[in-house]
Design a protein around this ligand. Sequence first.
Ligand SMILES: C[S@@+](CC[C@H](N)C(=O)[O-])C[C@H]1O[C@@H](n2cnc3c(N)ncnc32)[C@H](O)[C@@H]1O
Length: 237
Amino acid sequence: MTDNQQHDGEQKFMRRIRTFVRRPGRMTEGQQWAYENLWSDYGHSVADGAIDFAEFFGRQAPVVLEIGFGMGDSLLEMAEQAPELDFLGIEVHTPGVGRILNNMHQAGVKNLRVMQDDAIEVLEKCIPENSLDRLQLYFPDPWHKKKHNKRRMVQPEWVQRVYKKLKVGGVLHMATDWEPYAEHMVEVMDQFADQFSNQSSRPPYSPRPQWRPETKFERRGMRKGHGVWDLLYEKSE
Ligand SMILES: C[S@@+](CC[C@H](N)C(=O)[O-])C[C@H]1O[C@@H](n2cnc3c(N)ncnc32)[C@H](O)[C@@H]1O
């Protein structure tokens, strides 16, 4: 086997491990309308290639990327509350994409764009290096069972890629309601101590920053009695 064949094989293997399960989901009429009519203005696909953020948003502003925004209400609220920032949300679940497009249109929000692709591929193919001011990963699928842990988004390879995409001083902000995943995140980030510094005054965890609204999954977890762990890491030089 040549090195190239081995590389291709590894790539295929890596691609097969998905961090998500495609869920069927019905869209409301409004979501369907938004999906069909607003995508050309506010959407971007991996097939469209690398993103030029200044062109995509029509201005030069700090960029925040959120992976897995779910139904999108908390991301939309953040975008409304911070008009000086530009937000790009990635979600594979179609009703969530339809909902955020519909709601942002109705609210007249201009600083938000969406993608409906695997975020792993988006990072690889669409996000320029040193371009992000913040990357948000809120309540990623926890993959509770040990045999499924490899499907978790937060892995050393992923952090390495995130590091490249953030600007110096940019922040990786993660939150979870599943303590073993929080511990896993800390373990992974500990491997990057030279590249990231924990922003907490009492590391590793931080209180929820006031600019992060509660999310749908977070509220569901809290109803079940789960705790919440926020982790903020700044990219060092
Ligand atoms: C547990 S939900 C949390 C949703 C939302 N952040 C919240 O807190 O309410 C995780 C979301 O991440 C999305 N997701 C998982 N892996 C993804 C990937 N590789 N690319 C894009 N979205 C992904 C799933 O579709 C799901 O909606």
